[in-house]
Design a binder for this molecule. Structure first.
Ligand SMILES: Nc1nc2c(ncn2[C@@H]2O[C@H](COP(=O)(O)OP(=O)(O)OP(=O)(O)O)[C@@H](O)[C@H]2O)c(=O)[nH]1
Ligand SMILES: [Mg+2]
Length: 221
């Protein structure tokens, strides 16, 4: 019985992922001139706060937009809107990740001529890993209170990441988190990742983050 169940499940999952890949490829073509980043982390690691800080620091240098993914509410979208940034909120209901179809529909409501688009995925380090959203870069955030072993426990999401952001470094003195260990753990899984140590409270490391974004934007042109 169990074996039969597995046999049925595999083709269905494959077909869902194939459909997603087709739409993601279409999005990639559509975003030929826009740098697109898919932000993924556990709930509360600081994705929205980093986007608010990014808006503040870019200060109109690049035309930025955001797609927000959450199960419910427009809370994050409202935070982004306060910075004068165009934002579309997607509510997934029970869904633990965004998929390319949701993002394609949301993208119809974005203004033209966006330089840099951030997609804030639903908060978790598991499901979002499997679904491409047509992004150029995947960014994984882990915040200091979560523990420096997180890359070891959630390796799949780190394998396809372009950047690893350690956030809330201002809290390092108060919790048992080794920044060096976290970096080693992450690089052991994917040595090509760019590393950032930031605090959205003290602004530490944010200049490096902004410079990287500007550089990546230039490369896309
Ligand atoms: N101490 C400290 N707190 C931070 C920092 N960055 C964000 N926070 C706080 O962490 C909490 C969660 O931040 P959010 O930006 O909402 O996190 P998120 O990843 O967008 O959360 P979800 O969208 O719910 O997954 C908020 O209370 C932030 O003020 C930081 O650098 N240091
Ligand atoms: Mg958020």
């Amino acid at each position: 019985m169990i074996q039969g169940g597995i046999k049925l499940e595999i083709p269905v999952k494959k077909s869902i992922l194939e459909d997603n890949e087709t739409i993601a490829a279409r999005l990639k073509e559509k975003w030929e001139k826009t740098l697109v980043l898919n932000l993924m982390s556990s709930p509360g690691a600081g994705k929205t706060t980093l986007l608010e800080k990014t808006a503040e620091k870019l200060n109109g240098k690049l035309k930025m937009a955001v797609i927000e993914g959450d199960l419910a509410t427009r809370i994050d979208a409202e935070r982004i809107e306060k910075h004068g940034i165009p934002v579309i909120q997607i509510n997934t209901g029970k869904g633990c990740h965004l998929n390319a179809k949701m993002v394609e529909e949301a993208s119809l409501n974005l203004p033209a001529g966006i330089d840099i688009l951030f997609i804030e995925n639903v908060g978790n380090l598991v499901c979002p890993a499997e679904f491409s959203l047509g992004e150029d870069l995947r960014v994984i955030l882990v915040s200091v209170p979560e523990g420096d072993e997180k890359p070891l426990k959630y390796p799949v999401i780190f394998r396809s990441a372009s950047a690893f952001v350690i956030n809330k470094v201002d809290l390092a003195p108060y919790v048992n988190f080794s920044i060096e260990k976290a970096k080693d753990n992450a690089l052991g899984i994917n040595s090509a990742m760019e590393l950032f140590e930031v605090s959205c409270y003290t602004d530490a490391g944010l200049d490096e983050w902004i410079s990287w974004l500007v550089e990546k934007r230039k490369e896309k042109k």
